[in-house]
Design a protein around this ligand. Structure first.
Ligand code: GLU
Length: 474
């Protein structure tokens, strides 16, 4: 039986879960799901200066919001430092690594000499074959790996293809610092090996690291996991992604009213494709995701596309599910707390009933909240400018007639009976339906756009509808 796939997401907790990190997590998650394997989570908190608990919490929350689940407890890289040390010392015992006592001055001199000669700065291996008995007293050494000096190191990347690194460019880099703290390069290898990771999927800014990491795997006699370095996300203008382009934490996307499934769909399409398919469910993505279909070129982040896709996902979504997501997201939306405070059982029912009309007109949950605003508005309703214009002049008389017509509907108040009453009135008075519907909408919602006006009447109910209309007549 083939070995089961184990992927991992390994963020450094130095900030929020940004959009690039979320996409890396998504690809790891999709591949694990696709193959029936598992995704692990490792918090790379070895750098104590830059790592914070708040960042770890933000990353876990972001992943949870997106539904990118991991297996078991997250691993703390920092807590595994003793194991990293043990492997570094084992490499020394095996003759694959060595203690280096070079002083800061020596290293600086080495760097400057290289620069003067136009060579890349590179440790010259001066302690590589030296007798440890020559160690200077009182100096705490670092441990360096013995990199091969000739030939090349091959990274067989599933996305980038075969990438060859001349070994002369990969010097004897440090794996354990003099204070016993492992370097990032070393910790990643030991952790991925111990965690049984079979596939490493990460940003292509780590491609050179892959060569150095390969040297450690080979030295330990460990299998090198399958590597897949995915292209980074750029801005719409092709420049490196900045805040202006959308390099924000996923929490910012939640606050902008995007659905997790739409954001995941968009992120998946950034750098991966399945034929011409644009709109995909999570199940589709799991079914279709193959590393081989990840593009080599950088992807461009485009807010307009994300927004359009979000609108499609909202319209496709079951009303009840969209309602639940909307309510759960309210605390994060601007003005959402005020809506939440007024969301009693009656309004919940109204909101759910209005959902089919509301979701047709909204591309984000913010627009949905805006559209649903009339349900939560207090009488007399504030009118926006367009609504006020619709209610000026002769419209008042039309509204009076409409009020009387609707007041005649006593039983079975619903969209159909309200429509019949308004049509009968418009016919009798010989006015166009729109000339009645527009002022009616303005009076009922305070706006010039809303779901269908008969649906609005039905959702608000007879008493509230008549009262709102009266407010604009008197
Ligand atoms: N912690 C690294 C980062 O945040 C990822 C390392 C890896 O995936 O190997 O970029």
């Amino acid at each position: 039986m083939a070995m089961s796939v184990v992927t991992r997401f390994a963020p450094s907790p130095t900030g929020y879960l940004h959009i690039g990190g979320a996409r890396t997590a998504l690809f790891n998650w999709l591949y694990a799901r696709h193959t029936g394997g598992t995704m692990l989570l490792r918090i790379e908190d070895t750098d104590r200066e830059r790592s914070t608990d708040a960042a770890t919490a933000a990353i876990l929350e972001g992943l949870t919001w997106l539904g990118l689940t991991w297996e078991g407890e997250p691993t703390s890289q920092f807590e595994r430092a003793p194991r990293h040390r043990e492997v570094a010392e084992e490499l020394v015992r095996m003759g694959k690594a060595y203690y280096c006592y070079a002083s800061q001055d020596e290293l600086t001199e080495m760097r400057e000499k290289a620069r003067a000669e136009g060579r890349p700065p590179r440790y010259d291996g001066r302690w590589r074959d030296r007798d440890p008995a020559e160690a200077p007293a009182g100096v705490k050494p670092v441990i360096r790996i013995k990199s091969p000096t000739e030939g090349e190191t091959l990274v067989r990347d599933r996305v980038q293809g075969d990438v060859r690194f001349p070994n002369k460019d990969l010097d004897d880099f440090i794996i354990l610092r003099s204070d016993g703290v492992p370097t990032y390069m070393h910790a990643v290898v030991v952790d991925d090996h111990d965690m049984g990771v079979t596939h490493i999927i990460r940003g292509d800014d780590h491609l050179t690291n892959a060569a150095r990491q390969t040297i450690i795997y080979v030295a330990m006699g460990w299998d090198v996991p399958v590597m897949a370095h995915i292209p980074l996300i750029h801005g719409a203008d092709g420049a490196k992604l900045s805040k202006r382009h959308g390099a924000l934490g996923v929490d910012a996307y939640r606050a902008m009213g995007y659905l997790p499934e739409a954001l995941l769909n968009y992120l998946a399409r950034l750098g991966w494709s399945h034929g011409d398919d644009e709109v995909m469910s999570i199940e589709d993505m799991i079914r279709w995701f193959e590393i081989e279909d990840v593009n080599k070129g950088a992807a461009r982040f485009d807010f307009a596309k994300l927004e359009a896709l979000n609108g499609v996902h909202m319209r496709q979504m079951d009303d009840r599910k969209l309602f639940d997501i909307f309510v759960a997201t309210l605390p994060y939306l601007p003005g959402g707390d005020a809506i939440l405070a007024r969301l009693d059982d009656k309004r919940k029912a109204q909101l759910l009933a209005a959902m089919p009309g509301l979701k047709e007109r909204a591309k984000t949950l913010i627009e949905l909240a805006d559209g649903a605003g009339f349900l939560f508005a207090k009488r007399p309703l504030p009118l926006d400018e367009k609504a006020a214009a619709l209610l000026a002049g002769p419209a008042k008389d039309v509204l009076k007639g409409a009020h009387a017509a609707l007041a005649g509907v006593n039983e079975d108040w619903n969209a159909t009976s309200a429509e019949a009453a308004i049509r009968e009135f418009a016919g009798r008075e010989n006015v166009k339906l729109g000339a009645v519907a527009q002022p009616l909408r303005a009076a009922l919602t305070g706006k010039s756009t809303s779901p269908g006006v008969f649906d609005v009447l039905a959702v608000l109910g007879r008493d509230e509808s008549l009262a709102r209309i009266s407010d604009q007549i008197d």
